[in-house]
Design a protein around this ligand. Sequence first.
Ligand code: ZN
Length: 386
Amino acid sequence: MPARPQAPALSPAATRVFQQLVMSGDASRTALAGDTGLTPGAITRAVRPLLEAGLLDESGDRVSSEGALGRPATMVTVRAGAHQVIGVKITADQMFGVVADLRCQVLDEVTVPVPDLRPEAVVDQVAELATRLREGRPEVGGIGLAVSGDVDAATGHVAYSPFLGWRDVPLGEQVARRTGLTTTVENDVRALLTGERWYGVGRGLSSLALVTVGTGIGCALLVNGQVVHGSFGVAGEVGHVLVDPEGPLCHCGNRGCVEAIAGSAAILSRVADAGLRAASVGEVAELARAGQPDAVRVLTDAGRAIGTGIATIANLLGAQHILITGEALGSDYDVMDPHVREAFEERAFGSAAKSGIELRPLRFVDWARGAAACSVEHFVTHFGRS
Ligand SMILES: [Zn+2]
């Protein structure tokens, strides 16, 4: 593929049009004008540099707009493969990478073990993974990294990642130097939220909360159409909302946090305290389905803790939609679902109970797609700016 010509600076209107098209895939010029509030002339000016850069096509089909006498409307389509990105989710034991196009469709994926967690070793591995995924793909221009913990997306620094044992790691800078790719770094749950905002349930919403249930309880928030980063890199810590002042000790030093009751480690330790043997939340769920009272009690408490935590989010933010997701959700956690909803309905104040609640299993690829979505977002919002 020929190199793209030097990108011209996009106007704010053109950036909006580009964003709209990347989210929807295609649209008629008329629909774009309707969605963005721009005049047809402004749409033409916005689309031109993107057509010239090879990022959009005008399909040539002319479809009639509503009404038999409506003027023909030209369809504008994103050339999804024209810019590709790598998304990588880094965990303490494995690294999961994807190549995705501008519509965040996964074109290839690779998982590798992480034997050495020292930052320099992980950067080497990210660079190797990127080399593998870029092979034969000159369209790859960016890489997005998703890491759990306290991440400063603006600088690409990982301030603190307990699972990785990292403090103050300039990850973005190091990966950019090694790969030569435009690099973004984001907290993993906020990366998932970004994926949902651009390509999933968050499209068109101004507020959304995403809660992840696993070893830890993570949360990311979209408020007024913006992902909340928190003044100090921390926001929406629903895992540490107090549910029971007399409850179990949390690793944060407090008692009775959501995470100390509903995190998978907490669930396993609570059933062990009751004398039950279970190696996974799935096994606890099996025992609960069979009617084992301690397993039922532990999972009921866990579901209610999550429901209370999300009611707190709804009461504070009035989020339009709350997505609760996790690798085990939908199978192992089905026992908890009714308790999540029941506690939410009890605790959500007035109209806050109107928030849509959705429980959905999480595939590991979704994390890497979220990281890729952050890289696409950066490309779209910075296109034409150096
Ligand atoms: Zn806590």
